[in-house]
Design a protein around this ligand. Structure first.
Ligand code: BGC
Length: 265
């Protein structure tokens, strides 16, 4: 666990700051965000995701993270799930008991806030929102698809910087198989693939997406985007591919922005 340098002394009313939490399969990460620059203010705090990752157990950790910073403003929270008006609608890589849960109401209750002070959104949508605001400017023109490669594949679709939420392109079926089962970063790890072997799968995946969407740009994120030079140059898909610029903290930053802007309500 990283201890936040910001601590409980943080002035929660400081203008221009927000708070985001990114819920993933292995860790729950949160931090204070400077909404003008998209940078974290101080360190983030990461706590292992409880197992099983039931809504109540996860909400306890969310409250612990927010409490550690002494933050009492609006909070943005990501889930690796379709989220519509605060309600989780799918659970590909999280506990199935999330399906149908009003996540905004749950977190608001634990945090002592009104549901309108908590924005819950899909993790890839949050990462994409952060990239649109603070990443490479070319993403803001035309049709851009942000993809996060991790346990699954998350997607966020943008037209001129505006999000079309909950796209779930990681679950497009290719050769009868859910795409993320073959092309997520977790497949590379569990099957012991080299970068070139895995890049071939990603290439095939992007080619299928190309045929469906004809986008102007792919932005690839997730942990593997840190090693983009090992696999992005070998992709042959027609559409340009760039690595995400916010790396690990994109979900936190996007969630904080969503909460500040009230986008989820
Ligand atoms: C989920 C998406 C999520 C992605 C990345 C997929 O399995 O269906 O909602 O964005 O994983 O976490």
């Amino acid at each position: 666990m990283t201890v936040p340098t910001t601590g409980a002394t943080t002035a929660t009313t400081e203008a221009g700051r927000g708070f985001g939490i990114d819920i993933g399969g292995s860790g729950i990460k949160g931090g204070l965000v400077d909404l003008a620059t998209g940078e974290l203010v101080g360190d983030r705090l990461r706590i292992d995701t409880p197992r099983p990752a039931t809504p109540d157990a996860v909400a306890d950790v969310v409250a612990e993270v927010v409490g550690a910073f002494g933050w009492d403003g609006p909070v943005g929270v990501t889930l690796p799930s379709v989220v519509k008006r605060g309600r989780a609608r799918s659970a590909a890589n999280i506990d199935p008991s999330w399906i149908g849960r009003d996540a905004d109401v749950l977190f608001a209750g634990r945090l002592g806030r009104r549901p309108t002070e908590v924005a819950v959104l899909n993790d890839a949508d949050a990462a994409g929102m952060a990239e649109m605001r603070f990443g490479a400017p070319e993403g803001r023109a035309g049709v851009a698809v942000l993809l996060t490669f991790g346990t699954g594949i998350g997607s966020a679709l943008f037209l001129d910087g505006r999000l079309v939420p909950n796209t779930e392109f990681g679950h497009i079926e290719i050769d009868g198989i859910d795409a993320e089962k073959r092309a997520a970063a977790s497949a590379k790890d569990t099957e012991g693939l080299t970068y070139p072997e895995w890049a071939e799968r990603v290439d095939r995946y992007l080619t299928v997406l190309d045929n469906l969407l004809s986008p102007d740009l792919y932005i690839v994120g997730g942990g593997v985007s840190r090693k983009a030079e090992k696999w992005v140059p070998s992709l042959t898909v027609d559409t340009p591919v760039i690595a995400a610029s916010l790396l690990n903290n994109a979900g936190i930053v996007g969630a904080a922005a969503a909460a500040a802007e009230g986008l989820a309500h």
